[in-house]
Unconditional design. Structure first.
Length: 305
């Protein structure tokens, strides 16, 4: 007799093995679930099918998808013409944009500037909107918001009031904040910044001999939910991310567990002093390579002439 629901005892065993969401069970290989539950593959497939049936998957014709994308997408200018050109207009709403780079490459400066730029009227590159700023490393500086706002012609006091800020201290808090974000009712919010998206994740796994499946699933779960928030509410989600050293190169932290839920990735580099460089790795999941420079000054992030 086929099961219609997953028994609590099986859920408990799956959780212990790192399968903490229905999504993770639904996409798991049959042989893996079979091994975890110590049942035959037929029984494991029944468990997977129950998880899959919980999802309501609908189809749309491609013309509807095209119209939704090009009629609903809006852009937030970075305040830097060269970077806007690399991004084909700016940071997109309804998408996740990731700035990757080492310390001092300008990631946080860009986040501060975007939190101001989103408040400008459309004719000035903004959306007359507000921002949420999630700070995981204590790098947010209100005084930078004031400097950038003054240069952009905004009232600094209003600029500060239009940014909802929170400082989180652990990866558990980072996961818990997803519930808060889904409860936000202010329709004026069009930008969510997470600076940095992987720092608390790295801290949570430090000292472990190897990455556990559960840890990686949690990061993927966070990234997936943030992408859903971006899509459903037509909000621009912006991450900053760190790089990890390997034997041959530097790679973004999180691997496929994060990048699978990122639409656009840019790699930031230190060039000299206040001058930084940006390389576009992919835009809307399409591999591309474009390069530009920008300069960090008291007035914010500006073009290099």
């Amino acid at each position: 007799m086929k099961i219609r629901r997953i028994p609590p005892s099986i859920i408990s065993r799956l959780r212990k093995a790192g399968f903490t969401t229905l999504e993770s069970i639904a996409v798991a290989p049959v042989e893996v679930v079979s091994e975890v539950l110590r049942v035959d593959e037929e029984k494991a497939l029944e468990v997977i099918q129950v998880a899959r049936e919980k999802f309501k998957i609908e189809f749309k014709t491609a013309d509807i998808v095209f119209n939704e994308r090009f009629h609903n997408v809006k852009f937030i200018s970075t305040g830097c013409r060269g970077l806007d050109e690399v991004l084909s207009g700016g940071v997109e709403t309804g998408a996740v944009t990731e700035f990757v780079g080492e310390f001092g490459s300008g990631k946080t400066q860009l986040c501060h500037q975007l939190a101001v730029m989103v408040q400008l009227p459309p004719e000035a590159g903004g959306l007359s909107a507000k921002a949420i700023y999630i700070d995981t490393e204590g790098t947010f500086r209100p005084e930078r918001i004031i400097e950038i706002a003054e240069y952009r012609g905004l009232d600094p006091k209003k600029a500060l009031k239009n940014i909802y800020y929170t400082r989180i201290q652990s990866f558990s808090e980072q996961l818990a904040i997803l519930n808060k974000l889904t409860q936000v009712t202010d329709e004026k919010i069009k930008l969510i910044v997470v600076d940095t998206v992987t720092s608390l994740y790295r801290l949570s796994i430090s000292g472990k001999m190897k990455y556990r499946v559960e840890d990686m699933h949690k990061l993927a779960f966070f990234a997936k939910k943030m992408l859903e928030i971006a899509r459903e509410r037509e909000i621009a989600v912006v991450y900053t991310n760190q790089v990890a050293e390997t034997i041959s190169k530097r790679i973004p932290v999180g691997g496929i567990y994060l990048e699978a839920f990122v639409d656009t990735r840019l790699i930031l580099q230190r060039i000299r002093g206040r001058v930084k460089g940006v390389i576009l790795q992919w835009l809307n999941r399409v591999p591309q390579r474009k390069f530009t420079k920008f300069e960090i000054s008291e007035r914010g992030v500006l073009d290099v002439y």
